[in-house]
Design a protein around this ligand. Structure first.
Ligand code: ADP
Length: 466
């Protein structure tokens, strides 16, 4: 059964039960009210008829007057003498089955009542009966009996009952129509939301639910729209990640294939029997260089993979920049010297920062080795400047500089400004991506200022500790 029908039938059943209960209660209340009121009126009428009967003269018009009273009041009337014997009835046929005298107990009770009537309303009897003692009367009459069919009262109840029944059936008809319309109104947003949720589940993430309501349905529609847009964003992210991964693997294959070709060529040459020792040495060196390059490549990939899956792979400690920079300078001084470059540190004083020492060392290694690698003459400067709450660490060189067109993609994986030159120098094309990954994990970033022909300045910041 559909939600709309369920709602409609629920409303109908509840409202019909309500209408029937109210109608039944109304009928019963009105019925007992009418009977009570009728009985009270009957008692009042009995008293006034008794008063009239006792005042009639004992002459030949007595019977006629009683008859007139009975006709006017529409009650059946019987008059008894002081011994309780009936001597006048109107209409006669109404008393055919009634005893012609009053019982002693009834007469005693009437005397005790002191003029107040006795009302008899027996369940099994179809009539309402009143007996009254007339007391001191101007005629032979001592007791009066008046009666009336109860059906007269029930007739009013019956006509009211018909009115109520008619109202009840009209209300039930209206309830059925209104319930179906109301259920349709209530179920409309549910059906709308259901269709939209199914659509979203089928993958139509562009589906927008247009339900402007200030109730729970409106909130649910907003939540579904929000869910769809989050899914859409995640989907886009996954797509981009997938593309990036595919590109990454293609690049890795490419990067590994080249050194393997070189190694294979060198090994082939080494197989030659009458190879000069000098050449042999040269081929061995080439093979070794390429093996080192592949090893470095995998080392860099490992670091990047860790960064991709765990952005908080660093362990921060209190470290002194002075020590870190001095150590780097000592490590790279011989290499720089060998290339005829000057490697200097500037503005070095003790400065404690909060960072992962091994990872920051790796950052400096990459930046300094790049500076040495790409600079042909001049000097390389390593240092830092305090800027408020952070220290800005830099590596500056007098190398070839980097063209503006490369700056946007410089930190992308495997991006090189000059592919041949980078490979020639044993570069993997991942150094700066690793630097960026490490600094991002420190909530920092790598930046570069460069002028072609003059040199480059790579720099980043770390928070200073007191
Ligand atoms: P590579 O292994 O090729 O050095 P990197 O990611 O470390 O890879 O650097 C990416 C590219 O950025 C390099 O190929 C090079 O073209 C350029 N580059 C990096 N550092 C410098 C620098 N100090 N001077 C000039 N170019 C640089």
């Amino acid at each position: 059964m559909k939600i709309r029908s369920k709602l409609a039938w629920t409303y109908i059943i509840l409202l019909v039960i309500g209408i029937i209960t109210i109608s039944a209660y109304s009928i019963l209340t009105i019925r007992s009210f009418l009977l009570e009121e009728g009985e009270k009126q009957f008692e009042r009428d009995a008293l006034s008829l008794a008063l009239a009967a006792s005042s009639f003269k004992n002459d030949e018009q007595f019977d006629e007057r009683i008859q007139q009273q009975a006709q006017l009041s529409r009650y059946e009337m019987a008059v008894y003498d002081k011994d309780g014997v009936r001597f006048l009835t109107f209409p006669e046929e109404a008393f055919e089955n009634v005893a012609p005298y009053l019982g002693d107990s009834l007469m005693t009770e009437l005397e005790q009542r002191d003029g107040n009537p006795i009302i008899q309303n027996k369940e099994q009897s179809p009539k309402l009966i009143a007996y009254v003692d007339l007391g001191q009367s101007d005629n032979a009459a001592q007791y009066l009996r008046i009666s009336q069919d109860k059906g007269q009262y029930y007739a009013a109840v019956a006509s009211i009952r018909h009115i109520i029944y008619a109202g009840m059936f009209f209300s039930i008809g209206a309830v059925i129509i209104v319930s179906f319309l109301f259920a349709r109104y209530i179920a409309a947003p549910i059906l709308h939301l259901n269709a939209a949720a199914l659509d979203i589940a089928r993958g139509n993430l562009d589906r927008k639910i247009d339900l402007k309501r200030n109730d729970e349905f409106g909130t649910l529609a907003d939540s579904l729209n929000h869910m769809a847009s989050t899914l859409r964003a995640d989907n886009e992210k996954l797509k981009r990640l997938n593309e990036k991964q595919s590109q990454f693997f293609a690049d890795i294959t490419h990067e590994v294939r080249n050194p393997l070709h070189t190694i294979s060529g060198a090994l082939e040459m080494l197989e030659l029997e009458n190879l000069q020792p000098e050449k042999k040495k040269q081929y061995m060196k080439t093979a070794q260089k390429q093996i080192l390059r592949v090893a470095r490549l995998f080392e860099d990939i490992k670091t990047l993979q860790r960064y991709d899956f765990d952005e908080s792979f660093i362990t921060r400690k209190k470290i002194d920049l002075k020590e870190l920079i001095n150590e780097a300078e000592q490590a790279y001084q011989p290499i720089a010297e060998k290339k005829g470059l000057e490697l200097v540190t500037t503005n070095i004083c003790s400065c404690k920062v909060n960072a992962d020492p091994d990872k920051i060392e790796q950052v400096l290694d990459n930046l300094i080795s790049n500076a040495i690698k790409y600079t042909l003459k001049g000097k390389i400067e390593i240092g830092f400047e305090k800027k408020g709450e952070v220290a800005e660490i830099y590596v500056k060189d007098t190398g070839p500089g980097i063209g503006k067109e490369h700056l946007d993609r410089l930190f992308d994986r495997f991006y090189r400004t000059d592919k041949a030159r980078s490979r020639d120098k044993g570069g993997t094309g991942l150094g700066l991506s690793v630097v960026k990954g490490i600094l991002n994990a420190h909530q920092s970033d790598i930046k570069v200022e460069s002028t072609v022909g003059k040199g480059s300045r790579f720099y980043f910041t770390l928070p200073i500790l007191d």
